[in-house]
Design a protein around this ligand. Sequence first.
Ligand SMILES: Cc1ncc(COP(=O)(O)O)c(C=O)c1O
Length: 426
Amino acid sequence: MSGYNIKNDALHIDNVALSDIAAEYGTPAYVYSAQEITNQYERLAGAMKKALPADRQPLLCYACKANSNVAVLAHLRSLGSGLEIVSEGELHRGIKAGFDPQKIVSTGVGKQASEISECLKAGIHQFNVESLPELVHIQKIASAMDKPANVVFRLNPDVTGGGHHKISTGRKRDKFGLNRERIFEGFEMAKEMSHVNALGLSIHIGSQVFTVEAFKQAFEKMPDIVNDLREAGYKIDRLDIGGGFPIIYDDEKLLNLDAYAQWVNDIIVPLDTEIIMEPGRYLVGNAGVVLSEVLYIKETQERKFLVLDAAMNDLIRPTLYDAYHGIAPVENLDAPRTKYDVVGPICETGDTFSTDRELPQMKAGDLAVIQSAGAYGFCMASNYNTRPMPPEIFVKGDNVSVIRPRQTYNDIIDIEAIPDWIGQKE
Ligand SMILES: Cc1ncc(COP(=O)(O)O)c(C=O)c1O
């Protein structure tokens, strides 16, 4: 798998053995490769460089919902990335990571008042507006603050894209975006608004989109609406074409980036606007693993369970999206193979990473990795079962840095309080 290498029959990230990381920092732990993030950023930026003219290169705004650790953000910022945010919290992370606010775009169907005002205060590049009430809300806050708000309207292209129905966002029935009529209404309303500049459109059809055709279908909705808006007298200076690029979890055939970039060049570039993209998973997904220890091998009449110390609270994708993740031992990769149900310690059957997975034989105390966990992994973790959130560890070359320590039980419990009206049992 990309991002990792095998030396002496053992898994390494860059030059560092994962067994050394486990010995130093314990398990479960998230471990990320900075080099793999760099490689993915350069692959995407390189494909765009090859296909698009120099004066039409897109602003890549990393969708930080995928992995929002400030060190990961700072790394992407150092590569030239901008940022896509969906909350006030992500804005604060972006500022802490040193992003120029003019490279930050704010998206999401439920922007809250404080989120809008903080974004205006920071002076972000744009709001991607998802409804007309939101537009009115932005105008109200912007005028009270006397700050201009740049907005683009998110078009719902009625295109199906995305690897699971829960992460498909471009269908007519989805909560995202506006149809053509509403977008025209939005531009009309914005014309009368004192503090809103309507500058363009955005789309995002879903996540883990495998086919270039789905993107092409969505892009093809753009020229008509852009031309009609221009004919109606509106300026269209920006097109944000979203994210959704897939990564390898199993043996998927990856989207052809060059073909994607060519469609951007053929359909979007002629519209003569600034171009923004919002890649998330693609930049970080294959760069991370959950490093875990085997607690027990439990055999029943029916099954053989590999019980890990990582659980669904650490990585929820398998139970939430039925997602496949590669699993591998950290050492003894060539051991004879056997079939396991790979599970965590949480008290529900959903806490299963994989069923009937053929793996090299392991024993209690061995280390295993759950692969492709760099995106929508730690950032979706919880304290379910009062399990502390695992540490996040960033590796580059020989450097190993803890970028978020393991939570302690005190971290979890000390902020809770017992009201004094709860009595003792007589
Ligand atoms: C508006 C928007 N942009 C970008 C993304 C990033 O998607 P991905 O991680 O698939 O690239 C998302 C994901 O949900 C999104 O909602």
